[in-house]
Design a protein around this ligand. Structure first.
Ligand SMILES: Nc1ncnc2c1ncn2[C@@H]1O[C@H](COP(=O)(O)OP(=O)(O)OP(=O)(O)O)[C@@H](O)[C@H]1O
Length: 300
């Protein structure tokens, strides 16, 4: 389990991480979102001990993560750094060895991993001959081939086409199923929503959203329901708290004052004998991200 407790970081008196608190359970996937400059990479670097926090605590299974334990980590940096003149095999062997896996073991695994991510190329090809997306997949393999228990991926989807993004999503889920704890950042809300157990949004170094996609979307419901029931337009309009009713096909789109009115409508429909469909029209994660991004800045 990863625990981030009251982390703070400034660069030259400019605060870039403020009172950051979150945790990720073993076997969970956490998606970190936030605009450019929100503090995602800085958070990763502090977890990896590449940057020292000004204050706060980072615990892995209740203990500080020391350099000695860094072999359990697989880290894909945002700035991809491959050696263009090495072959795919030399590259992967090199990175795996840095994490304590012997070349012999790595070599036995390479082809399987290349097939898994559908890398177009051979282990003997020089990295510079591969396309950008395939180079990215080689870097990903270099990050994962030692079977890390704790995986940090900084924008792993950037530069991947939808088919390869799908392979990566499957890869991430497989690693979770094998028990790994995974944190990654992304600007692609659809990907984030599909694979994250928890989502955190950073804004100017502060956490402004924290929860499952469902929790977050429920807390931003649009005060609108779509209902198909025994209630007539007139019935709905007469319920206190209903702002407007519009008929669309055989359903009503009802604007309500707040969530509680939705419950009231549902129970009236049930007492009238038929509630065929009841949908809360929720904001998408993308919409919530936009709302949060444009909200005025809060002070310390
Ligand atoms: N070494 C540094 N020195 C000074 N400022 C820095 C340094 N590293 C990061 N920053 C600043 O800290 C803030 C957070 O940057 P960070 O790279 O963590 O953002 P991010 O959320 O990862 O952004 P992106 O989505 O663009 O990768 C930014 O304002 C950035 O300019």
């Amino acid at each position: 389990m990863l625990e981030i407790i009251d982390l703070n970081k400034s660069f030259k008196n400019r605060k870039v991480i403020s009172h950051e608190n979150f945790s990720v359970n073993n076997g969970e996937i956490l998606g970190l979102i936030g605009q450019n400059g929100a503090g995602k990479t800085t958070t990763f670097k502090m977890i990896l001990d590449l940057l020292k926090p000004d204050s706060g605590t980072i615990l892995w299974n209740k203990k500080p993560l020391t350099q000695k334990e860094h072999n359990i980590i697989g880290f894909l940096p945002e700035d991809r750094g491959l050696y263009p003149n090495l072959t795919v095999e030399q590259q992967i062997v090199f990175f795996a060895e840095l994490r304590g896996q012997s070349p012999k073991v790595t070599k036995l695994k390479i082809q399987r991993w290349m097939d898994r991510f559908d890398v177009k190329g051979k282990p003997s090809d020089k990295v510079k001959l591969l396309s950008k997306g395939n180079q990215q997949k080689v870097q990903l393999i270099s990050t994962l081939i030692h079977d890390p228990k704790f995986i940090i991926l900084d924008e792993p989807f950037s530069g991947l086409d939808p088919v390869n993004a799908g392979l990566l999503k499957k890869g991430i889920k497989d690693m979770k199923d094998a028990g790994a704890t995974i944190i990654y950042s992304s600007h692609d809300m659809a990907n984030v929503e599909q694979i994250s157990d928890k989502i955190i949004m950073l804004k100017n170094g502060r956490i402004v959203l924290n929860g499952t996609a469902d929790d977050i979307k429920n807390s931003y419901s649009k005060n609108k329901i779509i209902i198909q029931s025994a209630l007539t337009k007139n019935d709905l309009e007469n319920i206190n708290g209903v702002m407007s009713v519009k008929k669309v096909a055989d359903k009503f789109h009802v604007e309500i004052k707040n969530d509680l009115i939705g419950n009231k409508i549902a129970s009236q429909a049930i007492s009238k004998g038929a509630l065929i469909e009841f949908i809360k029209d929720r904001s998408t994660l993308e919409e919530i991200f936009q709302i949060k991004t444009t909200e005025p800045k809060t002070n310390e």
